[in-house]
Design a protein around this ligand. Structure first.
Ligand code: TRP
Length: 450
């Protein structure tokens, strides 16, 4: 008998742990490893960390809960569900998610390709003595394209195998390794001579910094990107949930794990920067910190350094891969649920198209930066605003009833309602306004006007 695309035959998670680790895997990515430590040290250290946690609680967790609720409620791709629940007028929101998946993965995979290249080279050779020249050689041109293609091939290969055999099985292996590597490296960084001032630099509580304009937007933007919100990725993952657990509790757990990884990443990066006096290199760019400054520090240590270098890039690679599969999954489920495509066909077609779209980013770092700004810092926020309105105003009673299946407390649900309906939209609009100038510049860059 031919398979029919009814809900009962749709993929689902085998275990609750599988779902949680997959969601954590989506959230924990390159954004945790370099962006958070940076933004935190510049934004007031421990004071910023407190502000960040407050934003995660007030905007991040409620919106993540909102995504989870829609996913489990409809058991369908976000592209299909927003239209089905909201009517025709909401269809563009579903398409925005798909566009974000395309756009973000196209350049994310290029950076992930560098991590793959670095990890492979680190196993085979000693660290190149001129890490800056090495980065320039690896980060764009044919080399970068080759590893971008390879990384996409691995991502497609996992997604082709489906939710349980592909996504779930891979995160069950990858995430524990990632946590162990990160913890091990952070402990190692603690033993470095001369590294201690790094902790002070990272975390000194500078309350004055919180008064700077734009600091709230910086914290909110970072929280949003880091938690993978705004493009239906977590909604897609929740659409494979069957059991009626407390989605607010799941969202809290995922958000805290994501924060934990970001926080510990800072405990790794800053001692290394101080121990090896890498400040000049760091100031060039934030991407440069990971790919130029840290290897420069590791190199001083000889064999130990080679070992640490390998561990570090394997860690980045795993973080990137577990995020990439969720980006591709958004597009793939959309094709499966909307057009009834087979998973393998959807993954190959979507993955192939995204690979092509990434080629300009592999040749031109300015193009890559512009894609990041437009999709990662802007369209995601538009999507998040859409989700807040959709869940908070268009389908609120239904969403609230779905949440209630696992969350009995009326008080907590009422709080959630207020945060999703009023607080999140206000903050998101403020962030969007402050992100607009840089986004406009990026659009001009893409069009070749700058
Ligand atoms: N959260 C990822 C990171 O920290 C990046 C990201 C943003 C993402 N939106 C996403 C990943 C959607 C997967 C899906 O690097």
């Amino acid at each position: 008998m031919a398979a029919s695309p009814v809900a009962s035959q749709r993929d689902s998670w085998a275990t609750r742990l599988g779902f949680i680790l997959a969601a954590v895997g989506s959230a924990v990515g390159l954004g945790n490893m370099w962006r958070f430590p940076y933004v935190a040290s510049e934004g007031g250290g421990a004071a910023f960390v407190m502000l960040y946690l407050a934003i995660v609680a007030v905007v991040g967790i409620p919106l993540m809960t909102a995504e989870f609720v829609v996913g489990r409620l409809t058991q369908q791709s976000p592209l299909v569900s927003v239209r089905r629940l909201g009517g025709k007028a909401w269809a563009p929101l579903g398409w925005l998610f798909v566009v974000c998946g395309f756009g973000i993965l196209s350049y994310y995979s290029v950076i992930a390709g560098w991590t793959m290249r670095y990890a492979i080279d680190a196993v085979r050779n000693a660290i190149p003595s001129d890490s800056s020249a090495y980065f320039t050689a690896v980060s764009s041109g044919l080399d970068a394209t080759l590893f971008h293609v390879l990384f996409m091939a691995v991502t497609i290969w996992i997604v082709v195998q489906g939710v349980q055999k592909g996504l779930e099985r891979s995160v069950l292996v990858m995430m524990p390794i990632l946590f162990l590597l990160l913890a091990g490296l952070a402990v190692w960084a603690g033993t470095l001579e001369g590294g201690d001032p790094g902790y002070g630099y990272y975390l000194r509580p500078d309350l004055g910094a919180l008064l700077r304009p734009g600091i709230l937007a910086a914290a909110a933007g970072q929280a949003f990107y880091s938690l993978s919100l705004g493009m239906g990725a977590l909604m897609t993952y929740a659409s494979y949930l069957r059991s009626k657990e407390n989605l607010g509790g799941e969202a809290t757990m995922v958000a805290l794990a994501d924060f934990g990884v970001a926080f510990v990443a800072g405990l790794l990066v800053f001692p290394v920067i101080f121990a090896f006096d890498l400040f000049d290199t760091v100031s060039e760019s934030s991407i440069g910190t990971l790919f130029i400054a840290l290897p420069k520090g590791f190199e001083v240590l000889g064999r130990t350094g080679d070992f640490v270098d390998t561990a570090f890039f394997v860690l980045l690679f795993l973080a990137a891969l577990s995020s990439a599969i969720s980006l591709l999954e958004v597009v793939v489920t959309a094709m499966i649920d909307r057009w009834g495509w087979r998973r393998s066909r959807a993954a190959l077609v979507a993955g192939g198209a995204i690979t092509l779209l990434g080629v300009p980013s592999a040749f031109d770092l300015d193009f890559l930066g512009a894609m990041d700004q437009i999709t990662g810092n802007f369209l995601l926020l538009v999507g998040g605003l859409g989700i807040a309105f959709f869940v908070g105003w268009r389908i609120f009673p239904q969403a609230d009833a779905e949440l209630a299946l696992g969350l009995e407390s009326p008080g907590l649900r009422r709080t959630w309602g207020v945060l999703v309906r009023y607080v999140a939209p206000v903050i998101l609009v403020a962030v969007l306004v402050s992100a607009w100038p840089a986004t406009w510049t990026a659009v001009r860059t893409l069009l070749g006007l700058e």
